[in-house]
Design a protein around this ligand. Structure first.
Ligand SMILES: C[S@@+](CC[C@H](N)C(=O)[O-])C[C@H]1O[C@@H](n2cnc3c(N)ncnc32)[C@H](O)[C@@H]1O
Length: 240
């Protein structure tokens, strides 16, 4: 059974999607997930010397932002893109970070795409959005153009489900006490009806449920897992 996520629905209002994305970045940052992924990407770069890191399904581009601040990425180009690119945000990143070059048109990572040579393609917290029956096919297609990392912040275990429940309160806290631009919209989605908190819990549950299909790969080169996080590395096909 492949349950839906609100983030994938075209009908989910933009301001609600934005709140969900911001809250996700807040939670994952607090859990040190992005630190974990950046450190593993640095290890890979030290071995394979990439020219660019493409962040697929980037959302708000949390990895590109964090990687850009690391001295070892100074000679690299960081390319965030998404099926639903956040145009204003990406334009802002382009002007604020010297080596971030976002793609403003929609990029679907399940479709073939010509990436520059020597690219590392990174799919963080997004691969579980595709249907499991296409997983091998999509990975094979991506590997024609570069090495691939799939990282996920949840696993299918008890603690991941517990964290998803506590996210109800995290998003409430994040919305009420984050007085930056858009405060009223954030509060609107949480009070008086806790629409965003309930959806955030749902998204966490569905994401954790979908992690089972990140097992059993025929072409996995390397992997690292912690109790919550997963980091899978696939090497580009030699024939291409
Ligand atoms: C849960 S967010 C993860 C955002 C970010 N990568 C992170 O680590 O916080 C999932 C993102 O994947 C994107 N997405 C889902 N399916 C996609 C596809 N087939 N191609 C490209 N992006 C996709 C969604 O638009 C959304 O921005």
């Amino acid at each position: 059974m492949h349950l839906f996520e609100f983030m994938d629905l075209k009908t989910t209002p933009v301001s609600l999607k934005r709140l969900l994305r911001e809250s996700l970045e807040f939670v994952l940052d607090a859990n040190k997930y992005y630190d974990f992924v950046c450190a593993e990407i640095e290890n890979l770069h030290n071995q394979h010397h990439y020219n660019q890191i493409i962040e697929l399904g980037a959302g708000q581009a949390p990895l590109s932002k964090r990687l850009s601040e690391k001295p070892w990425t100074s000679q690299l180009t960081l390319v965030p893109c998404d099926l639903y690119p956040i145009e204003n945000h990406y334009k802002h990143l382009q002007t604020s970070y010297r080596n971030i070059k976002p793609i403003l048109k929609p990029i679907d990572f399940s479709k073939p795409h010509d990436w520059p040579k020597n690219s590392l393609l990174v799919i963080s917290a997004s691969f579980h959005h595709i249907h499991p029956k296409y997983k091998e096919e999509i990975v094979t297609t991506i590997l024609k153009n570069g090495d691939l990392v799939i990282a996920e912040p949840l696993r299918q275990n008890f603690l991941s489900y517990m964290i998803s429940i506590t996210n109800f309160f995290t998003i409430l806290f994040f919305s009420l006490f984050n007085y930056q631009q858009g405060w009223l919209k954030r509060v609107f989605w949480c009070i008086p009806l806790p629409i965003a908190p309930l959806i955030f819990v749902w998204e966490g549950f569905v994401s954790a449920l979908r992690q089972s299909y990140l097992k059993d790969w025929s072409n996995l080169e390397d992997s690292k897992t912690t109790y919550f996080f997963q980091f899978l590395f696939f090497k580009r096909s030699q024939s291409s």
